[in-house]
Design a protein around this ligand. Structure first.
Ligand SMILES: [Zn+2]
Length: 300
């Protein structure tokens, strides 16, 4: 069985509900969980790495405040409440550039706490999964996030940004060529880049998604809702590829779409810690491409 977790980043108080509805109705209607990495307290002047206003702020207008809590959009909160197929993850705090790249422990802790408080104030349950804006962590921010979240989802992890105590587990992950790994109670997941993106060639996008899913046990499939609505109109070709992905997932008996929270249920993804130990002690017989998520036991 291959498992897929769909992650959509950058939902914030300025996200029009129509966008999420248009993109994800085919997923929700099929019972597929849609994991939204939500910006709890968005800075509406956030400049992206290419020097322009972030795409997820396209609905900003002249009167938009500098900061907006997610609860500031009652329409969005009500919509998410009314569609339990959406699962909320914490995506930083205000999503300013590299906000979790800092080594200032107080600043990092404040951002984590303020973000959590903003989600709670909007009525969301405390998320179990954290996603850093721009995938940028520091040694300090990773250790602080791990104190608060059992699951961290990122594009990649770099040795120089890891707490020193994590280095042995990271070395094992690299040796076994595992996309996902475990440090104590923390599950760390990587993803194979943003496969569903306007920056990828459209004719091969769906095939690339299929190949990646088939190549490993658990794939985190990342996309960004605002990429489908550039230039004030839906990119119907790209929306079509997303919906074709939903159709392919539904028609494939060897693929199961799950949420991050499902990882905490051992029966969804088998616990592979024993397999890891056997592989490490033995002849490393398991194919590296199997990857595999290290599931957390329900009691963790
Ligand atoms: Zn983001």
């Amino acid at each position: 069985m291959h498992y897929v977790i769909l992650r959509d980043d950058d939902t914030n108080a300025l996200t029009p509900v129509e966008c999420l509805e248009q993109l994800y109705r085919p997923f929700l209607d099929r019972g597929f969980p849609v994991n939204l990495a939500v910006i709890p307290y968005v800075r509406t002047d956030t400049i992206s790495t290419n020097g322009t206003l972030e795409g997820f702020l396209f609905a900003k207008h002249v009167d938009t405040p500098l900061e907006l809590p997610i609860g500031g959009s009652a329409e969005l909160v009500n919509y998410l409440d009314g569609n339990p197929g959406f699962h909320v993850l914490q995506h930083g705090c205000d999503h300013s550039l590299f906000e979790f790249g800092s080594d200032q422990r107080d600043d990092i802790a404040n951002r984590l706490d303020q973000g959590a408080a903003s989600l709670a104030a909007a009525g969301f349950r405390a998320p179990h999964t954290f996603v850093a804006p721009y995938d940028r962590f520091s040694r300090v921010s990773l250790s602080e996030v791990a104190k608060r979240f059992p699951i961290i989802s990122s594009g990649w992890f770099e040795l120089r940004r890891l707490p020193f105590a994590w280095w042995p587990q990271y070395a094992m992950k690299k040796m076994l060529k595992r996309p996902h790994w475990q440090v104590g109670p923390t599950t760390l997941l990587t993803h194979p880049g943003c496969l569903l993106s306007f920056q990828r060639p459209y004719p091969t996008m769906l095939e690339s998604v299929k190949q990646q899913i088939k190549s490993r046990r658990l794939t985190v499939l990342v996309t960004h809702w605002w990429e489908y609505f550039r230039d004030d109109k839906p990119d119907t070709a790209m929306v079509g590829i997303l919906h074709a992905t939903a159709e392919w997932l539904a028609g494939n008996p060897h693929v199961r779409v799950i949420s991050f929270d499902d990882l905490t249920r051992a029966h969804v993804v088998p616990d592979q810690r024993n397999e890891d130990a056997r592989a490490a002690n033995g002849r490393l017989q398991r194919k590296p491409s199997l990857g595999g998520c290290v599931a957390r036991k329900p009691t963790d």
